[in-house]
Design a protein around this ligand. Sequence first.
Ligand SMILES: [Zn+2]
Ligand SMILES: [Zn+2]
Length: 182
Amino acid sequence: MPFGHDMVHSLATVVELVNTSPSTGGDEGLSGLAELQAFVESRKISGVSTLTARDLGQVRMVREAFHRVFTAPDQPTAVRTLNALLAETRITPRLTEHDGHPLHVHYFAADATLAEHVAADCGVALAHLLVEGEAERLRTCSAPDCDRVFVDESRNRSRVYCDSRTCGNRMHVAAYRARRRA
Ligand SMILES: [Zn+2]
Ligand SMILES: [Zn+2]
């Protein structure tokens, strides 16, 4: 995919966030502040102060909005859904070099909450993806018991499972067994 490192990072963050949602087939992955903190650390989200129950509620709301973008039935719906989220988000582009990273743009305001931070950076990354005409790369897993989302970064846009090491393997084994039974 012709996307820069920041964008790839933000897309991976939004995928990880959305997949904590019970709407993707599993349990609530953000049931408390410890899990929210673990998400912040795993995605290396910078400039986050002490998290509160309010952050948790706001992040879950942003998460559901992003989930609606991934599951939009067509591009105009994805655009409308994303625009609604962007309209509610303070976005302040700012050039920065921090923690040894080369010069890059932050889209969240300097005093942003965690939810605003994620909404701004991931929202802008998804906006670029839609602008590039790549909305079809936003996918939901094809395994029957899994609704996790992913961004298909394959060259020929052929990926159908959320994670080839789990759902992909699982489905291949099931198909193999079905063939053997036939
Ligand atoms: Zn940064
Ligand atoms: Zn899956």
